[in-house]
Design a protein around this ligand. Structure first.
Ligand code: DGP
Length: 115
């Protein structure tokens, strides 16, 4: 855990958050600035700065399965959802702890990869 990392502090419980999913390796909680009716962040408990630093295939699989589980629990799996991982400065990452955005509840442009 990085003590100055906001997502480490949420994952450890040091900062209270309403977790919509948690297991031994992964936690998920609503984004503080939601961009859709459902906007959840899925993060590893272990501090990993970004996708560019991820080298654990087992954890990568666990994260992806957790995203799907959060979508099912949130009732958005059938209608569909968008998953985004911003990486590094040019990728638009602002919190330096790997996280998946799960967005749902509105229509996203087909084929759009964002701005
Ligand atoms: P990104 O740009 O991909 O690094 O997205 C970071 C997201 O994290 C952004 O949508 C806002 C969200 N966020 C930042 N700080 C907090 C926080 O303290 N709590 C929660 N729930 N979300 C946060």
């Amino acid at each position: 855990m990085a003590s100055d990392c906001i997502f480490c502090r949420i994952a450890s419980g040091a900062i209270p958050a309403s977790l919509v999913y948690q297991d031994e390796h992964v936690v998920a909680f609503p984004d503080v600035h939601p961009q859709a009716p459902t906007h959840v962040l899925v993060v590893p408990r272990k501090h990993i700065g970004s996708l560019a630093e991820l080298d654990d295939a087992d954890l990568a699989g666990k994260l992806l399965l957790a995203v799907a589980e959060v979508a099912r629990r949130g009732g958005v799996a059938e209608r569909g959802f968008r998953t985004i991982i911003n990486t590094g400065a040019e990728g638009g990452q602002t919190v330096p702890h790997l996280h998946f955005h799960l967005l749902a509840g509105r229509k996203f442009a087909e084929g759009s990869l964002g701005e």
